[in-house]
Design a protein around this ligand. Structure first.
Ligand SMILES: [Zn+2]
Length: 496
């Protein structure tokens, strides 16, 4: 079988986190009774006039700037004309043309397999409005819910020829893009709720060939994993079609999560004619350079750059740095703890280990001082009582040898439920580490006397048994003995 190269183009739709819709004042939300967030404008009733949402335009401009795009200082909205029940007006307001989208010709860096970065070129970032939703009614027949109609929608499309060539890169691209949108606060990135939707188009060509194959577009992908599996599946399916003498048909295919396979939805033999024309109800947009520069100044350090900085500056592993930047408020927590003098590696280990476990178990979030509670339309989570100062305190207690790490774990549990500072808990409970020479000598001698079997084993060459003996000393000191001193004393008494 010939070897095939995969090419993946990505089209991502992101619902913007505005309070109101794109051209009217209807509220944006998820769920709720059908057709309760509608008005004459988003229903397209005769005579209703749209007024563009300035916040939505700024969100798209900021995204375009974060993706290193060129900005269309003069830009217009077009009508994309087609008939479908989920489109009350008979057209969708969108942006057409090569250099008319608010942003065009940009890039997004994604992590490369060799630990470096790979640049994916972005073709366009434009603003449009979402459609309504068709629903199958329980009693038979279909209904349509226009609550989503007119919600500001941003479309981000990669450039051709595609830079994404593997299922892993497809997933990584999406993960990075989602993080960028979250960092910018422009989308809540909830793929399972459809506020971020991804439609990859996939083609294959024999190795060495310059001509790109016929592409198929995948829909219904609602997780990073389904995107990865979908690209993998489609590559395999297309190779089999070609190997068996057939040809790949240009079509839209749906992804079936339960069977992990794709199915034909509709063919796209010719491009549909949408008869785009500038929307006569909306005035052309014009931006001054100064206002674009003001928006540029609001763009935070982006997640991948932050991750690479943590690796370089603090010596964190790619994985650990990735967990920290995977959530902006988690990264903010880390930076505040480091800013307060906490050792970066130790802070990171406590955060990504025990603290993260406690947060996951209780469904809480940890926030640095002054951080706003997460963006989104959902209910905010409970904020943990543990602050960066608690972690810095804990790291100092361990670092200075006042407590060992076993005691520290218990202290963190305690601080998590009470909110008390670890150093205060140490004082109140008398938990300081015991580094008293006499006490350690005595306890080690006692453990040796009580465990003749293991001592015999150790002396006959089973060095590993020392772990058990040290453990007995720690146990009888309620975990407070200095483990390094115990270890040294144990070796000494065992007759080196
Ligand atoms: Zn409305």
């Amino acid at each position: 079988m010939a070897r095939y190269l995969t090419s993946v183009g990505m089209e991502v739709h992101a619902e913007l986190l505005t309070r109101s819709k794109m051209f009217c004042r209807c509220e944006v939300g998820f769920g709720g009774e059908p057709n309760t967030r509608v008005c004459p404008v988003c229903l397209g009733l005769p005579g209703a006039l749209p007024v563009p949402n300035r916040v939505a335009i700024e969100m798209v401009l900021r995204t375009a700037l974060a993706l290193n795009c060129q900005i269309a200082y003069d830009s217009v909205f077009h009508r994309k004309n087609y008939f479908y029940p989920d489109l009350p007006k008979g057209f969708q307001v969108s942006q057409y043309g090569e250099t008319n989208p608010l942003g065009y010709y940009g890039t997004l860096d994604i992590p490369a397999a060799d630990g470096g970065t790979k640049t994916v070129r972005i073709r366009r970032v434009h603003l449009e409005e979402d459609t309504g939703k068709l629903m199958h009614l329980p009693g038979g027949g279909s209904g349509v819910d226009y609550n989503r109609a007119g919600v500001p929608l941003m479309e981000i499309v990669t450039d051709f020829p595609p830079d994404i060539t593997t299922p892993d890169e497809a997933r990584d691209y999406l993960q990075q893009l989602r993080l960028v949108l979250l960092y910018l606060g422009v989308c809540d990135g909830k793929m399972e709720q459809g506020s971020m939707r991804c439609e990859p188009n996939i083609s294959i060509r024999p190795e060495g060939s310059e001509t790109y194959g016929t592409k198929t577009e995948l829909k219904n992908l609602n997780s990073f994993r389904s995107v990865q599996m979908g690209v993998e599946y489609e590559t395999e399916r297309q190779s089999q079609v070609i190997e068996s003498g057939g040809r790949v048909v240009q079509e839209t295919r749906g992804w079936n999560e339960s069977t992990q396979s794709s199915f034909a939805m509709r063919t796209k033999e010719s491009e549909q004619d949408y008869r785009y024309f500038p929307c006569p109800d909306l005035v052309p947009m014009h931006f001054e350079e100064a206002s674009i520069e003001r928006l540029r100044a609001t763009i935070p350090e982006l997640p991948l750059a932050k991750q690479r900085r943590y690796q370089g500056e603090f010596g964190l592993s790619e994985y650990d740095a990735g967990v920290l930047v995977g959530d902006q408020s988690w990264a903010g927590f880390f930076e505040e703890a480091v800013g307060q003098g906490g050792d970066p590696k130790a802070v990171c280990n406590w955060m990504n280990g025990d603290l993260l476990r406690l947060l996951n178990e209780t469904g809480q979030v940890a926030l640095a001082g002054g951080q706003a509670v997460a963006h989104g339309h959902g209910t905010p989570a409970t904020v943990s009582k543990v602050t960066p100062a608690h972690i810095v305190d804990l790291v100092r207690l361990v670092g200075s040898g006042q407590i060992n790490s076993k005691t520290a774990k218990t202290l963190l549990d305690d601080a998590f439920s009470s909110g008390d500072m670890p150093s205060r808990l140490v004082e109140a409970k008398g938990l300081t580490q015991i580094s008293d020479d006499g006490f350690i000598k005595e306890t080690v001698a006692q453990v040796i006397a009580e465990n003749p079997g293991p001592v015999e084993q150790y002396k006959s060459g089973k060095q590993g048994v020392i772990g058990f003996l040290v453990g007995q000393v720690m146990k009888s000191s309620q975990g407070r003995a200095n483990p390094t001193m115990v270890q040294d004393e144990m070796r000494r008494q065992l007759g080196e």
